[in-house]
Design a protein around this ligand. Structure first.
Ligand code: PLP
Length: 390
């Protein structure tokens, strides 16, 4: 037996693996489990993107090593996409790095910028992969509470100046997983000011970029004046185009951070399969109706779930973006005990808030990744537990 390294041992538990295992046990007992615990898009990739992959897969040029740092056409497509969608100008060579999925980039950027003992600010509750990158770099994590009364945005004024002075990097993520909050341009402006003052690199995770409700379009961090001097944005194709299995994303923004990401990747990868790069360019440059249809579908599901839960007496708010609903647990339960109750008695899997950080306690997260009929069925089963009064 070869023991894993200390760094590997120190990584936080893969919380979702435990969730999947528990749901699997209940299903194995013969129950019809409705899994709303994870964030895996349930719809297929639009066919024009799949067809682009099929065409590119038979091209012998794509059977050779792709160029280091990826094909120029994909970086140009990413730049054209930012210009078209957000009016942001990017230099494809200097300001864009192709990534093997957003998750990889989020872990890599910490290795690129932090030395052991350096400090990073992390939203709490937040996406657990931020912690993993920080652990791997042997850096120190400072939690930044996202409180409901503050719209689930960090309150920079509440961060002690001596803490802020130590911070080298901070993660943000809007539309937010898990809270469903959306940030506006004003908040990003405040972020740039805070980051400039303390010389912090902002890493904005824009995984749910396309998913805003009631006609509200989430803004890009890079639209903020000064953003390119202060940080990068990570854009994944996983959610916008239902391409989670394809593992393709890119980082955009600050040229020195982009260069560091490329440098690290030079030592680890060559770049993605050329056919995936061609398909990704087809997604970014091709017809965009599929994105609208996707968002409309999530919005219909959100409305079904939230109005259903409200009707049974659970006082919940609708998410403004992302495909998650963040719901307060009834009195007398912790997030874990409530998630356990829903799994065991209603066979509905939800993610306990504590899995996203200490400030996630008191909430559970429900993913809108099942169709409306299944969501309505989940509401009925929860109603059957008679936990709420109308
Ligand atoms: N960031 C957030 C907030 C996410 O929820 C996810 C996926 O669930 C990711 C990043 C990673 O996306 P991917 O690695 O598929 O690009």
């Amino acid at each position: 037996i070869f023991e894993p390294s200390q760094v590997l041992n120190a990584l936080p538990n893969q919380f979702f693996a435990a969730l999947v295992a528990r749901a699997g046990q209940v299903a194995a007992e013969g129950h019809d489990v409705i899994n709303l615990g994870q964030g895996n898009p349930d719809m297929p990739t639009p066919s024009h993107i799949v067809e682009a992959l099929q065409r590119a897969a038979v091209d012998p040029l794509n059977h050779k090593y792709p160029p280091f740092r990826g094909h120029g056409y994909l970086k140009e497509a990413a730049a054209a996409f930012y210009k078209r969608e957000y009016g942001v100008e990017l230099d494809p060579q200097r300001e864009i790095a192709i990534l093997f999925g957003g998750k990889t980039g989020l872990v890599e950027v910490v290795q690129c910028l932090l030395n052991p003992g350096d400090t990073a600010l992390v939203p709490d509750p937040g996406y657990p992969d931020y912690w993993s990158g920080i652990e791997l770099a042997r850096a120190v994590m400072e939690m930044m509470p996202l409180k409901e009364e503050h719209g689930f945005l960090p309150d920079y004024a509440a961060i002690p100046p001596e803490t802020a002075a130590k911070v080298k990097l901070m993660f943000l993520n809007y539309p937010n997983n898990p809270t469903g909050a959306v940030a506006d341009g004003e908040f990003f402006l405040e972020t740039v000011r805070f980051a400039e003052k303390h010389n912090i690199c902002v890493v904005h995770d824009f995984a749910y970029a396309a998913i805003g409700y009631e006609g509200q379009r989430p803004v890009s961090f890079l639209q903020t004046p000064g953003a390119k001097e202060t940080g990068i944005e990570i854009y994944t194709l996983s959610k916008t185009y239902n391409m989670a299995g394809w593992r393709v994303a890119f980082a955009a923004g600050n040229a020195s951070v982009i260069e560091s990401l490329n440098l690290l990747q030079d030592h680890m990868y060559v770049s993605l399969f050329g056919a995936v790069q061609e398909a990704a360019a087809a997604a970014l440059l091709g017809p965009q109706d599929c994105v609208r249809e996707n968002v409309d579908r999530y919005e219909a599901r959100r409305n079904t779930l939230i109005s259903g839960l409200q009707q049974i007496g659970w006082q919940v708010e609708a998410p403004r973006g992302s495909f998650f609903a963040w719901l307060p647990v009834p009195e007398g339960y912790t997030s874990q005990s409530f998630a356990d109750l829903l799994l065991e008695q209603a066979h509905v899997v939800v993610a306990p808030g504590i899995g996203f950080g200490a400030y996630g306690e008191g909430y559970v997260r429900i993913g809108l990744v099942s169709d409306e009929a299944r969501l309505a069925e989940a509401v009925q089963r929860i109603a059957g537990l008679k936990l709420f009064t109308v």
